[in-house]
Design a protein around this ligand. Structure first.
Ligand SMILES: *Cc1c(COP(=O)(O)O)cnc(C)c1O
Length: 410
């Protein structure tokens, strides 16, 4: 048997049926029409937002990184929960505007922004997070073309990284942002060219469960923003501190307690360097806000034996939930929390089973040698932590199976 990650504490059962947002998993499948199905419980997202607001200093804005889950109904609801959206493509720009987020609360990061994306963003009045000097030049040309003053911040590749992150996005040679030693020059050049400079974006890493590491990185980020602003000779309206709050996906992971992060940030904000004393600060989060709120439900099509092992074959797979197969930014495959939704909490069978998706490839494994109750055809498998980087981060076209259904509750 191989262990699995912890099932988030939000979920219970009624007579053995997994409840999501107070509804039984099987009736949710009926409501949606079929499996495979992603269910998102907005009440869990809202509870996470409340946890953030309670823990963090009042002055810190909360931004949502749209790429974690751009499901339109969820995005529309997020506009009422957070202070801004962070987007990373022209497509996400359109989604953010459709959802109803005010353009001056949208910031657009990401390498390789095309000229038409720059023009659309400037025309809409969103803030561009410049990823290079070349992008700065193209933004000025795009602004000229659409006849608007561009709002820009400079994304900095910091000279440190967030220790212990699942995904490193700063420190060393990176395609993201401008190296810290050239960032002030770019900001100065943009100001001199007439751009509306909005400040700094410093994102050092993601999926982190170490509060101490996040605390150190936030302090270093604010110190760096102050140093760069001194170099520019102007106070930044906003400093985006990045995010990095992680989720407990795997065996042995402990849920991140964000309260010490809030306490430490509060004391940093108490004694800010002069140049950033009037600045606003933002934390941008994706998975931490929405990840636990999602459950992927997929039905057992076949149960088969091979050389002494049992394989449970389901109608979903990595084409919907790539991350659970271990092929989305993880080095070693480990089990996401997984359960039988229609026998939730029942005692496991004597023998572990391997849950595989319906794709004809050996990498489509959703649970390896996991302890589940006895499984039969038609049973419903639930994979937790499916609210972020699920449907939109998986290769849906691979092998021509149908797209997953998605249902927002609450
Ligand atoms: C992806 C991304 C995020 C969100 O990361 P999570 O790990 O989902 O919180 C935030 N900011 C930037 C710049 C990103 O690229």
């Amino acid at each position: 048997m191989k262990p699995m990650g912890p099932i988030p504490a939000w979920f219970g059962d009624e007579e053995g049926m997994l409840l999501i947002g107070g509804c039984g998993a099987a009736s949710l499948v009926d409501e949606a029409g079929d499996t495979p199905l992603f269910v998102y419980d907005m009440a869990i997202v809202e509870a996470q937002v409340r946890r953030f607001r309670e823990a963090m200093p009042k002055a810190v804005h909360l931004h949502y990184a749209v790429k974690a889950n751009p499901h339109a109904p969820l995005l529309a609801r997020m506009t009422g929960q957070v202070d801004g959206f962070d987007i990373a493509s022209g497509g996400e720009l359109a989604m953010a505007l459709t959802a109803g987020m005010a353009p001056d609360r949208i910031s657009f990061a990401g390498p390789g922004k095309r000229n038409d994306e720059l023009e659309a963003a400037i025309f809409a009045g969103v803030t561009l997070h410049l990823e290079s000097e070349g992008e700065g030049r193209r933004a000025l040309a795009a602004a000229e073309k659409v006849g608007k003053r561009p709002r820009v911040a400079v994304r900095v590749n910091p000279d440190f990284d967030l220790k212990g992150s699942g995904m490193k996005m700063g420190g060393g040679a990176k395609p993201f942002g401008v190296d810290a030693d050239r960032a002030a020059a770019l900001a100065r050049a943009m100001i001199d060219a007439g751009a509306d400079w909005q400040g700094w974006h410093i994102f050092a890493g993601s999926q982190n469960l170490d509060a101490m590491a996040i605390i150190e990185t936030q302090a270093a980020t604010i110190a760096l923003a102050a140093r760069l602003s001194d170099e520019v000779g102007a106070a930044p309206p906003l400093v985006n501190l990045g995010g990095g709050f992680g989720l407990a996906y795997f065996p042995g992971d402990e849920r991140l307690d964000i309260r010490p992060i809030g306490v430490a940030l509060d004391s940093v904000l108490e004694s800010l360097p002069d140049i950033v004393r009037t600045s606003d600060f933002a934390i941008e989060l994706g998975r931490w806000l929405v990840g636990e709120a999602g459950v992927y439900l997929t039905r057992v099509v076949d149960v088969k034996r091979s050389q002494g092992e049992t394989f449970v074959v389901v109608d979903g797979g990595l084409h919907h939930q790539l991350a659970a197969s271990g092929n989305f930014g993880t080095v070693v495959r480990r089990n996401y929390p997984i359960a039988l939704a229609n026998h939730f909490g029942a005692a496991p069978a004597a023998e572990p089973v391997t849950v595989v998706g319906c794709l004809c490839t050996p990498i489509d494994r959703l649970g390896e040698k996991v302890a589940l109750p006895p499984v039969g055809e038609g049973d419903l498998v639930a994979i937790f932590l499916a609210g972020a980087y699920g449907a939109s981060a998986s290769p849906a076209a691979f092998l021509g199976h149908p797209s997953p259904r998605e249902l927002l509750l609450g």
